[in-house]
Ligand binder design. Structure first.
Ligand code: DON
Length: 304
């Protein structure tokens, strides 16, 4: 089958599944999205792209932004980043507090909320204008100057972000947050509020699918080794306590967000984004995960 036909088939097959999930509402602003939205976009490293559904509609990328934040922090700190965080799967939900107390304020990995909050703190300490730097970075790798933060979503999360606030203060008590908690959370919420379409999200992950280099411009974002390491973290931690099941069923490094997006890559080959807002019990897109399992099954391609 041609790629476009594969995507159309998957679209039809997963469309009815979305009704089994729940749109995130703990960030009130996210609850207004239509649960019927569905998009699949594929970008190959050779420049070709394929899409079906609502692939031009921007949505809240939420935790997918943690990959961009981590990229910026890793670029400045290199391996010293591991003084502030670990690189192990957590086996807990993305906003869990329990492990952080036992492990003295060192988050298990950069993709759970605690880890991404430490990354936000690192970015604040090393970049003079972090908000603009992050936005310029995402606009640059997609060549899409219209990408923007959604300040209503960021404010909505700030007003109800009790668990993230608890995580940040707990880490501050262990001296693992260096800036003010309020500044760190403001940046973290803004980062999560980035809005991108599935088309732009799949394009944005091409630097990871292409060993650290943006294929369309040849710009080197990361070294081969750094790119390998981020992909490894996505495989082991990108879907929180569903990461093992996802690696088993799908076999691609990936990152999800509570806005219903999931982006996955096959190194040297492609990046794929699926967007369907209703989530499963792990906080990952229900139809999105099913679509990605079908994608590696029907194409016969995965990292294994
Ligand atoms: O901090 C939060 O809870 C959200 N801004 C992001 C969480 C998220 O996207 C988890 N992903 N599946």
């Amino acid at each position: 089958m041609e790629m476009h036909d594969i995507l159309k088939t998957i679209y039809q097959e997963v469309k009815p599944l979305a009704s089994k999930g729940e749109v995130a509402d703990y960030i009130p602003q996210l609850s207004f999205i239509s649960p019927d939205k569905l998009a699949i976009s594929v970008h190959n490293v050779d420049g070709s792209c394929y899409e079906v559904g609502d692939s031009d509609t921007p949505f809240s990328i939420q935790s997918i932004s943690k990959v961009f934040g981590y990229t910026l922090a890793f670029k400045v700190l290199g391996p010293d980043i591991w003084k502030r965080l670990d690189k192990e799967p957590s086996g807990n939900s993305f906003n869990s507090l329990v492990q952080l107390e036992y492990e003295r304020g060192i988050p298990r990995n950069p993709f759970i909320n605690a880890g991404a909050i430490v990354i936000a703190d690192i970015i604040l300490s090393h970049y003079p204008n972090p908000q603009q730097t992050l936005l310029d970075f995402v606009r640059g790798i997609t060549n899409e100057p219209s990408i923007r933060y959604n300040h209503d979503v960021a404010t909505s999360e700030k007003l109800t972000g009790y668990r993230n606030t608890a995580l940040a203060y707990l880490m501050k008590s262990f001296k693992n947050i260096h800036n003010s908690v309020e500044d760190v959370l403001d940046f973290y919420f803004l980062q999560c509020s980035l809005e991108m379409s599935s088309k732009n999200l799949s394009k944005s992950f091409l630097y990871l699918a292409n060993h650290g280099i943006v294929p369309s411009t040849n710009e080197q974002i990361l070294t081969v080794s750094q790119s390998k390491r981020i992909s490894a973290l996505m495989l082991t931690c990108g879907l929180y306590n569903e990461s093992g099941d996802f690696a088993y069923r799908v076999g691609m490094p990936a990152k999800s967000g509570v806005g219903g997006g999931v982006v996955a890559i096959i190194p040297k080959k492609l990046s794929i984004c699926v967007w369907s807002p209703p989530l499963n019990r792990f906080g990952n897109s229900l139809a999105g995960i099913e679509a990605l399992e079908k994608f590696t099954t029907y194409t016969g391609d995965s990292i294994f």
